[in-house]
Design a protein around this ligand. Structure first.
Ligand code: ZN
Ligand code: ZN
Length: 120
């Protein structure tokens, strides 16, 4: 039934969009809350390389985003990758290992938007 598939596609796209919005929200908030330092290797970040700093969810649940930041940890992209390869079997970074062209995780895109906003 192609019609119901169309509908399903729309539902999934909508869900992805919502997840993107949420992700941008918590990333911006985490970056406000915490110093721009990787929690593992202590590398420091500035606006010029901030796209390499990512928000890790300590309990592995990306939907668990308490406003006090208690579930977040800022990690550089390398340590973040490493952290998730250690926890392969648990619910973690869902963006990797998928072949779908639409990624739910694009730190570069949302950083660009943030920079554009700050400029304007
Ligand atoms: Zn690091
Ligand atoms: Zn993570």
């Amino acid at each position: 039934m192609p019609q119901s598939n169309d509908r399903l596609d729309r539902v999934i796209l909508e869900a992805r969009r919502n997840a993107d919005k949420r992700a941008q929200g918590y990333r911006a908030q985490a970056l406000k809350l915490y110093p721009w330092v990787c929690g593992r290797c202590a590398r420091t970040f500035t606006h010029s390389n901030l796209q390499l700093l990512e928000v890790h969810h300590k309990n592995g649940n990306h939907d668990d985003n308490p406003p006090d930041g208690s579930n977040w940890e800022l990690l550089c992209t390398y340590c973040h990758e490493n952290e998730h390869s250690k926890l392969k079997d648990s619910a973690g970074r869902t963006d990797t290992g998928q072949t779908t062209p639409v990624s739910t995780f694009n730190p570069f895109a949302d950083l660009k938007a943030m920079i554009e906003k700050k400029k304007g």
